[in-house]
Design a protein around this ligand. Structure first.
Ligand SMILES: Cc1cc2nc3c(=O)[nH]c(=O)nc-3n(C[C@H](O)[C@H](O)[C@H](O)COP(=O)(O)O)c2cc1C
Length: 214
């Protein structure tokens, strides 16, 4: 006997996709929905229960436009090269992803809510890289994914993006983010056009699984 309805739980876990072209750019997102999903995200684990996460929610028109421009600047070259490479390789899945990512880059300013999941990073955390990455990112990305799952359950979608981080200082200056707070990405958030999403094609489990030894 399962604790939760497995069909519903597994559907949520396997169909929460990067949504770009199916973000509804015309439907407003109530503040309450964002707050509710963020409340849920705060149940995620953090190293030593430090809860050093910070969330910067941007709905102001001018700031969204400026942030979208920073994203475009950080993303365009990578997305252009990636699309060309995918075409050269004849890789249909990668072509679709880069086409969709370029669409998002062009429409970022029209997405009603932009959210930057951030984490406080203290100098002593940077001493040992082996532990730094898991500790720092591991204390924000589980919460971010919980937030994205909570959005999906309510008919909203998002995409984890990182390309604006090529210009992270510009974004920090725009939003007044202090030096010890590191941005870990940018989530465009909107209601989705339709709610039917499918599991994606992934590498087979046995290609990536090592059991008892490598
Ligand atoms: C670390 C990371 C960085 C990503 N950065 C971007 C990004 O900057 N822009 C973007 O459009 N998508 C970005 N994505 C989304 C991926 O392209 C997407 O998750 C992947 O293509 C698989 O698609 P799916 O999540 O719908 O299965 C990123 C995803 C991850 C995990």
């Amino acid at each position: 006997m399962s604790v939760y309805d497995l069909a519903v739980t597994d559907a949520l876990l396997t169909t929460t996709r990067a949504v770009r072209k199916r973000l509804d750019l015309t439907r407003p997102v109530p503040e309450d929905v964002i707050r509710e999903c963020l409340e849920i995200s705060l149940q995620a684990p953090t190293g030593a229960n430090q809860q050093s996460w910070r969330w910067v929610v941007v709905t102001d028109n001018e700031k969204r436009r400026a942030l979208a421009e920073i994203y475009r600047k950080g993303a365009d070259e990578y997305l252009f090269d990636g699309y060309r490479q995918a075409e050269a390789d004849g890789d249909a899945q990668q072509i679709r992803i880069f086409d969709s990512a370029r669409y998002l880059s062009e429409h970022m300013a029209d997405v009603p809510v932009l959210i930057l999941p951030c984490i406080q990073v203290l100098p002593n955390m940077l001493e040992d890289p082996d532990i730094m990455w898991p500790s720092v990112l591991g204390s924000i990305l589980p919460a971010m994914w919980s937030f994205q799952l909570a959005l999906r359950a309510r008919g909203l979608g998002s995409t984890y993006t990182t390309l604006h981080l090529n210009c992270a200082t510009e974004a920090a200056n725009l939003l007044g983010i202090p030096d010890d707070i590191k941005q870990t990405g940018l989530l465009p958030v909107a209601y989705t056009l339709g709610t039917d999403f499918k599991p994606a094609k992934r590498r087979p489990l046995d290609d990536v699984l090592h059991w008892n030894s490598w």
